[in-house]
Design a protein around this ligand. Structure first.
Ligand code: SAM
Length: 390
């Protein structure tokens, strides 16, 4: 006895066509009015009266879901194929229409089980759960693209093939202008910087050009090798030391000795300590911040750049230049990417840290006039914090 979910949205599409979707699980249909009437009736369940009421009625509906990461990591997470149409759709009888509604999670047999299934996975292959965003990205890359090297795929999302600079997209016209301005040449003269989770070293080289001596560390040795090569090619090899990071993190950080840093920087990495993939090692954000805070020089700061915890990966609707988003969750992270402000604060407090600066990043010059830029102009894609010892 399927019941239509309360989160189902109905929007106008083309003449005679409606978009019907469950933005929480990124599933959509293009449908006719009869299918929408059926969903409205199914709110009360699939009983004999419903069957009598729809006797002989046929329905037009097609799956209009697109994989949310098909346009890349920073593509529109709505999961809606905006070009879908009913033009070639075959009529469905009542049972086929209900089956489609169930397949697209517009209707479910058991609402409590559905609510439970939205949580993060205990491990990457836990198919009973929808999973957090990191787990869903991992699944998409492994299953749809057949790529085993998630870190390599991620690097392709952000960088030009030589890994030297951000490729065209929000990393280039949102993240990069902010960072280039904040860490302008000369702004870190003589400072010691730790780039924690440095990837191929884009920001490590920025800090070196700003005058810092940088220790760049990462769990991925391929990224570290790229970081070292690019630093040498850019003539800042003598300012960047690459150090492999072992886990658990408290042991890995010991390899850095007792150096104290003026700036400890984490970009798109602390989030994994709040919303892990489900890997073998427990990642604890409070422990991480305590370990990092213990390595700050007097007056030092920890800078954290991450997907904006409120807006990133929320489904985007409306016109490209006047976007709306469907905020599906804030406190109870099921699809979670980054922590809420309160979760961040609770992880910082035992480390004796406080937030000194908050910035929310919107597009700089060079952003195209498309849906992604329109969204980023209204709803910041990354937030940036500077944490200081209290
Ligand atoms: C999204 S990338 C960001 C890289 C770089 N900070 C940037 O913004 O260009 C995340 C990085 O964190 C590293 N990483 C993964 N798990 C980690 C962990 N538990 N601790 C530290 N770094 C980790 C990955 O190898 C990867 O280089």
């Amino acid at each position: 006895m399927p019941v239509t979910l309360e989160e189902v949205l109905v929007l106008p599409h083309r003449p005679g066509e409606l978009l019907v979707g469950n933005p929480r699980v990124a599933r959509w249909a293009v449908a006719d009015a009869a299918f929408v009437d059926l969903l409205a009736a199914l709110r009360a369940g699939d009983g004999p009266e419903l069957r009598a009421g729809f006797a002989g009625v046929t329905f037009l509906a097609v799956d209009a879901s697109a994989p949310p990461f098909a346009d890349g990591l920073l593509g529109d997470p709505t999961g809606l194929d905006r070009d879908a149409t009913l033009e070639d759709a075959a009529p469905l009888d009542l049972d086929a229409a209900i089956a489609l509604a169930v397949r697209l999670k517009l209707a479910v047999e058991d609402e409590a089980a559905y609510a439970e299934s939205l949580g993060p996975r205990a491990h990457p292959l836990d198919r009973a759960r929808h999973g957090n965003v990191h787990q869903r990205v991992g699944e998409y890359v492994a299953r749809e693209l057949g790529i085993r090297d998630l870190d390599g795929w991620w690097a392709d999302q952000k960088f030009t093939p030589d890994r030297r600079e951000p490729k065209d997209g929000p990393y280039r016209w949102v993240q990069w202008p902010f960072m280039a301005e904040r860490f302008a040449p000369g702004s870190l003269t003589g400072q010691r910087v730790l780039d924690f989770g440095c990837g191929p070293g884009l920001f490590a080289r920025l800090f070196a050009r700003a005058g810092a001596h940088v220790v760049a560390t990462d769990t991925n040795e391929d990224h570290l090798a790229t970081a070292a090569r690019l630093a040498a090619e850019d003539g800042v090899g003598d300012r960047i030391e690459t150090v492999p990071l072992g886990l658990p993190v408290e042991e890995g950080l010991r390899a850095l000795g007792d150096t104290r840093f003026d700036l400890i920087f984490l970009s798109d990495v602390m989030m994994f300590y709040f919303h892990p993939y489900g890997g073998a090692v427990d990642l604890d954000p409070a422990l991480l911040l305590r370990e990092l805070a213990a390595r700050l020089a007097p007056g030092g700061r920890i800078a954290v750049l991450e997907p904006d915890g409120t807006f990133w990966q929320q489904p985007r609707l409306g016109a490209p230049d006047r976007p709306l988003l469907v905020l599906g969750e804030y406190r109870h992270r099921r699809l979670g990417v980054t922590p809420t402000l309160e979760e961040l604060s609770r992880a910082m407090e035992p480390a004796g840290l406080a937030i000194a600066t908050v910035r929310q990043l919107t597009p700089g010059p060079g952003a195209p006039a498309d849906r992604a830029a329109g969204f980023a102009a209204e709803f910041p894609l990354w937030w940036y914090f500077e944490l200081v010892a209290t």
